[in-house]
Design a protein around this ligand. Structure first.
Ligand code: FRU
Length: 294
């Protein structure tokens, strides 16, 4: 280790096969490059809890100065996060939580709030408060993750108040993946003559559902709502008229690293840092793409 690298920070990422996580890693690497005193060690859980648990154990053994972790699932990662805490390593939990609050800090978006914003918009798209009519397909993210539950709960705070809204599926998870969402939607299309709106817990799943509807020649009858708003994904799909809306779920890469460095330099940090969201529709999609050089 070079002498000038004062802080060794380990980051355990859940997977890199999902585009949002690839962006997340880019963001944390770019931020680390701004801190010459930081050595960043990134591991890839390859979308498997056992692999990610082994990664964190490894980072603990390497005695990193701080551990950043974005868990594949809450329950499965809780034990090893607790081990890090017990070993007196400051732990920063990013995006998906664990089942302890003894960590140093949590950094991420407010999924309940995003779910509410999506639910409120769905009601508006289906005719407005008290008058909304329509059949909804909801495609869940990973069942073992808090974001999926919060995105569900927030959404239903609005849609469940509408007697004219019907939920066609009961807890069908696409595990955040486009191809799994495609299959769920293909089945839903076969079983239901009328589908008015799809709520995907992330953009890849909303887009997978859109592709299934397109292959069935029914995409024009349906509104698609997603979450993430990566400029080259969700925002582009909105701009193309494929998705109706997406809600920004900023990656906590840059902020997470900044907070860890702040803490390691002896400053106080908040228990929770919440990242802002933004509704993206055809009104602002093109501008966002332009701002991102697309
Ligand atoms: C990527 C992802 C995002 C989603 C987030 C939720 O792995 O599925 O698409 O917004 O995780 O934790």
């Amino acid at each position: 280790v070079a002498q000038d690298k004062k802080f060794r920070i380990g980051f355990s990422q859940a997977t890199t096969i999902e585009p949002w996580r690839a962006q997340f890693n880019k963001d944390i690497i770019a931020e680390a490059a701004k801190h010459p005193d930081v050595e960043l060690i990134i591991t890839d859980g390859e979308d498997r809890t056992e692999k990610q648990v082994a990664d964190v154990e490894n980072l603990i053994r390497q005695e990193v100065d701080a551990l950043l972790v974005s868990p594949k699932e809450s329950a499965g990662l809780t034990g090893v996060v607790q081990q890090a805490i017990d070993a007196k390593i400051p732990v920063f939990v990013l995006d998906r939580n664990v089942e302890t609050d003894q960590y140093t800090q949590f950094v991420g978006g407010d999924n309940k709030l995003i779910g509410r914003a999506a639910g409120e918009y769905a009601v508006e798209l289906l005719g407005g408060k008290g008058k909304a009519q329509g059949n909804i397909v909801e495609i869940w993210g990973g069942m073992g993750t808090q974001p999926a539950h919060d995105r569900h709960d927030g959404f239903h705070e609005f849609t469940d108040k509408e007697p004219g809204i019907k939920n066609l599926l009961d807890k069908q998870s696409g595990d955040w993946k486009q191809d799994q969402a495609y299959n769920i939607m293909a089945t839903a299309l076969r079983n239901n003559e009328k589908i008015d709106l799809v709520y995907g817990h992330n953009d890849p799943m909303a887009y997978g559902a859109y592709l299934a509807a397109k292959d069935a020649g029914r995409e024009k009858e349906i509104k698609f709502i997603g979450i993430d708003a990566l400029p080259n994904e969700g925002v582009t799909w909105v701009s193309n008229g494929e998705l109706t809306a997406t809600f920004l779920y900023a990656t906590p890469g840059a902020e997470g690293l900044r907070q860890a460095v702040k803490f390691l330099k002896g400053e106080k940090v908040e228990k929770t840092v919440t990242l802002d969201t933004l509704k993206v529709t055809e009104e602002n999609a093109a501008q966002i793409m332009k701002d991102n050089g697309l």
